[in-house]
Design a protein around this ligand. Structure first.
Ligand SMILES: Cc1cc2nc3c(=O)[nH]c(=O)nc-3n(C[C@H](O)[C@H](O)[C@H](O)COP(=O)(O)O)c2cc1C
Length: 295
């Protein structure tokens, strides 16, 4: 990482001279020893453009800009990287977070001489956020043709596939390798290959971006008039009452328990949120066939 054009250029040149096949410009790490580095750059598109341009002009190998998720939208920085000549985007880096606070010392982790700091969060918990950013970049027509190296919480072949389906052209894994070792990459490749073969894909490229067309940026575009009532499978129900509690306290008070603690639906209150289906530990509730259109 550099702090000005000259440093970024020198670093890019050195990387190429020392045999790098490609360079990833770290505009995104939130855990820096000094200001003006890492995510301080990725949050300012103008700096992304200038430093990408400096690195690109100093070498002949592909240059990717690695961007920060600590922004509302990633497109401004990604488009700036493209203007600077980047061949691709890598995302996401870690998300600024606080993982917890010690109830005795009142210091959050990591504690260093009684003080702490906001740091970068990674691993499987960040995957939904990472997928959202990859989709944003994958759907951005201004970025067409740029390589998209996707990451954030990938542990299994299925995680990798989801990033590919949202437009990822290559996948990176950090935290899961730290936890489980490089061997998981063999499992990841084997699982992905099996999936691709079973689905009849000739190459992984055929799967890239397949989930983008059906993904709307906001929920207001979705149809909301159809109601699919839950259907209770009495033989599987153990009478735990979780569906009733969730519906009463977090839903629309549409479920009551009968004298045998079996759920009974009040269709007038049900909005088919399917919270009951989610919380049932017995898989004793499924979407029913009845649909009503309120129009
Ligand atoms: C301990 C640790 C060190 C990291 N160091 C770097 C780094 O030096 N440069 C960088 O661009 N990203 C770095 N990252 C970010 C990861 O490369 C990756 O973008 C992020 O952790 C999300 O992917 P993951 O969930 O697979 O870890 C680091 C992540 C962790 C957990």
């Amino acid at each position: 990482m550099g702090q000005n054009e000259q440093e970024w250029g020198e670093l890019a040149k050195l990387c190429e001279e020392n045999g790098a096949d490609a360079i990833e410009l770290n505009f995104s790490c939130p855990n820096m020893a000094e200001g003006g580095l890492g995510s301080d750059i990725g949050q300012v598109p103008e700096l992304v453009e200038r430093f990408t341009c400096a690195a690109k002009q100093a070498c002949h190998i592909p240059v990717l800009a690695k961007l920060t998720p600590n922004v509302a939208t990633m497109s401004p920085a990604a488009e700036a990287a493209k203007r600077g000549g980047a061949d691709g985007i890598a995302a996401i880096n870690t998300i600024k977070s606080i993982v917890g606070i010690n109830p005795h010392t009142y210091v959050s982790a990591p504690a260093v001489h009684g003080h702490s700091a906001v740091g970068g969060y990674s691993g499987n918990a960040v995957k939904p956020i990472a997928l959202r950013f990859i989709a944003e970049l994958g759907q951005n027509p201004a970025l067409q043709g740029m390589h998209l190296s996707a990451m954030g919480g990938v542990e299994t072949w299925r995680d990798a596939l989801e990033f590919i389906l949202l437009g990822g052209n290559s996948i990176q894994v950090t935290t899961a390798v730290m936890q489980y070792g490089y061997r998981i990459i063999d499992d990841l490749k084997a699982g992905l290959n099996l999936y691709l073969t079973e689905k009849g894909f000739g190459s992984v490229k055929e799967a890239m971006g397949l989930a983008l067309d059906t993904l709307n940026p906001t929920t207001d575009t979705l149809e909301r008039d159809t109601v699919i009532f839950p259907q209770f499978i009495r033989e599987r129900c153990i009478g735990c009452g979780r569906c009733e509690i969730s519906c009463a306290d977090g839903g629309h008070q549409a479920i009551r328990l009968d004298e045998n603690r079996r759920p009974v639906l009040n269709g007038k209150n049900c909005v088919s949120c399917h919270l009951c289906i989610l919380v049932c530990p017995q898989r004793a509730i499924r979407p029913g066939t009845k649909r009503i259109t309120h129009k």
